[in-house]
Design a protein around this ligand. Structure first.
Ligand SMILES: [Ca+2]
Ligand SMILES: [Ca+2]
Ligand SMILES: [Ca+2]
Length: 226
């Protein structure tokens, strides 16, 4: 999920929190009476309050009445935010990062766990989440190939209109730069420790920017000098 999207959800949350109780009542009907224990469990597992969870559940149900998001729906929602490019591949990787139990669907629980980390997680939690996104086959290592796949997906998502002067090999050059910074022991793969160490350094250098944001900026073509 990109930072802008996360911020917009965050703003919606704050706005919704200050509105009246009718939303809550409606949700009591819809969810709480059916699964009070599930909501309480989620409250314990996430950094959202019960009321926030109810608001988020309403939004989730609005977008996906079935209660789960499959990959196509996820891609559809995501493409609305990047209409100028092809976000299909990036959305696929994001979907897999949200689908923590790998059952091919993002449930409300999956969604909340991801969102809780992205909005309110510790630095460590955010970096773990980002690492998991880039580790496409989830074997605990980020390879150059995986990084290249992600990078190409980001470039596709940004679209040719936004970056018309990009050279064909720009993603590959970007990956080389990334690996030089991150692969401390030069064994050709980036471990979670190498990843966290490098990202925290980046975030210290950029003073106060949250690591996930600076990481996203770091990986996005826009920040790359010509
Ligand atoms: Ca799932
Ligand atoms: Ca891997
Ligand atoms: Ca390494």
């Amino acid at each position: 999920m990109n930072v802008r999207r996360v911020e917009s959800i965050s703003a919606q949350l704050e706005e919704a929190s200050s509105t009246g109780d009718s939303v809550e009542d409606e949700l009591e009907m819809a969810t709480v009476r059916h699964r009070p224990e599930a909501l309480e469990l989620l409250e314990a597992q996430s950094k959202f309050t019960k009321k926030e969870l109810q608001i988020l559940y309403r939004g989730f149900k609005n977008e996906c009445p079935s209660g789960v998001v499959n990959e196509d729906t996820f891609k559809e929602i995501y493409s609305q935010f990047f209409p100028q490019g092809d976000s299909t591949t990036y959305a696929h990787f994001l979907f897999n990062a949200f689908d923590t139990d790998h059952n091919g669907a993002v449930s409300f629980e999956d969604f909340i766990k991801g969102l809780s980390i992205l909005l309110r997680g510790t630095v460590q939690e955010k970096l773990n989440w980002a690492f998991n996104l880039y580790d496409i086959n989830k074997d605990g290592y980020i390879t150059k190939e995986e990084m290249l796949d992600i990078m190409k997906a980001i470039y596709d998502m940004m679209g040719k209109c936004t970056y018309p002067v990009l050279k064909e090999d720009a993603p590959r050059q970007h990956v080389e730069t990334f690996f030089q910074k991150m692969d401390k022991n030069k064994d050709g793969v980036v471990t979670i420790d190498e990843f966290i160490e490098s990202c925290q350094k980046v975030s210290n250098d950029s003073k106060g920017t949250i690591p996930f944001a600076s990481l996203t900026a770091e990986l996005s073509p826009a920040s790359q000098p010509p």
